[in-house]
Design a protein. Structure first.
Length: 144
């Protein structure tokens, strides 16, 4: 498995992963183009042989990083790839002088919440009925 920064030619693979994972933010081709061109953004992808099978998208400003999107292709679930991707974001923010990494996750998204807790995130807030006026959004943060 290789982890590297994503480039424009990865966009079709990134879109395919988010479409296969409805819990991902659905950015589509235009959204990914915007993200990859954004100076405060970093997107890493996981590559198995020649195939992109996962990603994490981060923005970083004023000492705080925020994970905006994470996804792993269903066929590669539960092999530690999501953990590796989130750890890449954590290490990068630390190495660039960041003090905190935050994210927002659906309260019912048990697999993602478990992953974030496993790598050291704690719940720091909640937005009640944030998603579709129904599901709460948990704000999670990792500080060091
Ligand atoms: C969440 C997601 C990125 C996890 O990717 P992954 O590569 O399968 O995760 P990992 O293999 O690194 O798993 C790490 C931990 O997460 C938890 N986890 C992952 N998948 C899980 C599942 N289906 N059920 C319960 N816990 C799960 C476990 O605690 C796991 O540790 P363990 O395998 O030692 O028990 C992936 O399921 C995904 O793409 N989900 C849809 C998109 C999404 O929800 N993104 C986050 C939006 S905020």
């Amino acid at each position: 498995m290789k982890y590297r920064l994503a480039v424009l030619t990865d966009i079709p693979a990134l879109v395919a992963i988010e479409q296969a994972q409805p819990r991902c933010a659905q950015w589509g081709q235009t959204g990914w183009q915007t993200e990859l061109a954004e100076k405060s953004a970093r997107v890493w992808c996981a590559q198995a042989e020649n195939r992109v099978i996962g990603f994490v998208a981060l923005r970083f400003a004023a000492d705080i990083g925020e994970i905006l999107n994470v996804g792993v292709a269903p066929a590669f679930a539960r092999r530690g790839i999501g953990t590796e991707l989130v750890n890449h974001a954590l290490i990068w923010v630390r190495e660039h002088g960041g003090k905190q990494l935050t994210l927002e996750v659906g309260a019912c998204n048990n697999s993602a919440v478990a992953l974030y807790q496993k790598v050291g995130f704690k719940q720091v807030g909640v937005r009640k009925k944030f998603y579709m006026g129904n599901e709460d959004a948990l704000i999670m943060g990792c500080t060091w």
